[in-house]
Design a protein around this ligand. Structure first.
Ligand SMILES: *Cc1c(COP(=O)(O)O)cnc(C)c1O
Length: 352
């Protein structure tokens, strides 16, 4: 820390991304990326002709991409917001809709960035405890004078609320924004985007990082009422109007044209997930019933941290969280069948 950092940031605990070690080739099952490459249409779009236009600023309105996303999901362009990864929408939303006066509430076990943004923007937030079975208690979010932030399906548990439960939360908080983070919804969760047409206080956030094989491109999008999207634009145009670079915009458009490719890849991931659950059961693991591209699992035979560490020594990376409530578990991203078989092979060896 330099002597120049102003006081309010001196105790800020930054988000710690999943490790991306370069010391050897790992089977990488730790950051919920897709194991599959982007579609051919995306590869073709990032041509040297596209690259040669990098001297020009990209379209700050992301008009073409917004229209494509709107059409795919049955919205108007004015209901769509595009961002540099969905983390940026979360950041803008915390800035726009949360403060010391307008607090926030999110689950005590969820995506770690919510807390970081809460701290960064001086938000008076509360972390609502999950129930014993790691499900969200809807009652914690009804009729409260706070902005609600919920990942659905939740991470790292992989468990979902139903659309009815989400609607109950949205309906009971007409004076608060309810932000539903659907980062993993394409892997079998039930989306609540249709509710956006009915409730002006609902913002649904999505990402290209998981189901659209584009974590490296940094692209996120959100659906909301025109007024909520206008609010996000006010923040965006006050921080970084050209927040999506030209190549990412082009890739994002091509990916929407190739939607079937991605939805088929998601189906494949779901099949490998179900296969992996069976294998984990055979190895004596317990796991939560995931709606996502990861499995939250634990074994009585090896504690989470040891399992994580010994897997890493054997060239397989998974994610372990030190939070005592979940430190017995590891979060395993669903990779290719070959990657998963490598995980099970090493696991078998470790448990012997
Ligand atoms: C991965 C993830 C994000 C962030 O995605 P980016 O678009 O890569 O910034 C947001 N929310 C949840 C719950 C995630 O798991």
């Amino acid at each position: 820390m330099s002597k120049f950092l102003i006081n309010k940031y001196q105790s800020l605990e930054a988000y710690v991304p999943g490790e991306q070690p370069k010391d050897m080739e790992y089977v990488k099952l730790n950051t919920n990326e897709s194991p599959f490459p982007p579609s051919q249409g995306v590869l073709d779009r990032i041509s040297s002709a596209e690259v040669s236009k990098l001297n020009l600023y990209p379209d700050p309105d992301c008009k073409v991409l917004r229209k494509k996303i709107a059409e795919l999901y049955g919205f108007e362009s004015e209901n769509v917001f595009i961002s540099n990864g969905s983390d940026e929408i979360l950041s803008f939303a915390f800035m726009a809709f949360c403060s010391e006066e307008k607090g926030a509430v999110f689950p005590n076990i969820s995506y770690g960035f919510y807390k970081v943004y809460g701290d960064l923007y001086g938000v008076d937030y509360t972390e609502a405890p999950l129930k014993e079975d790691f499900t969200i208690d809807v009652n914690d979010y009804l009729n409260i004078n706070k902005t609600v932030v919920i990942a659905n399906p939740n991470a790292p548990t992989g468990l979902s609320l139903s659309v009815d439960e989400i609607e109950k939360i949205v309906k009971s908080n007409p004076d608060n924004v309810v932000l539903i983070d659907e980062a993993y919804v394409d892997f079998g969760g039930k989306s609540c985007i249709e509710l956006v047409k009915k409730y002006e206080n609902l913002l649904v956030v999505r990402t290209y990082s998981k189901s659209r094989s584009m974590a490296g491109a940094r692209l996120g999008y959100a659906f909301g009422s025109k007024s909520l999207i206008d609010d996000l634009n006010r923040i965006k145009y006050s921080t970084n109007p050209y927040n999506i670079n030209r190549l990412t915009l082009a890739a994002g458009e091509a990916a929407i044209d190739d939607n079937d490719y991605y939805m088929n890849r998601c189906k494949e991931i779901v099949e490998i997930r179900e296969y992996s659950k069976r294998r984990l059961s055979e190895l004596g693991f317990d796991y939560l019933d995931s709606d996502t591209n990861f499995i939250f699992a634990k074994s009585d035979k090896i504690i989470g941290e040891d399992y994580y560490r010994r897997l890493k020594e054997n060239g397989v990376l998974v994610r372990h969280f030190s939070n005592p409530l979940i430190s017995g578990y590891v979060r395993i991203t669903v990779g290719t069948r070959e990657q998963m078989d490598k995980l099970f092979e090493v696991t078998e060896k470790l448990l012997k």
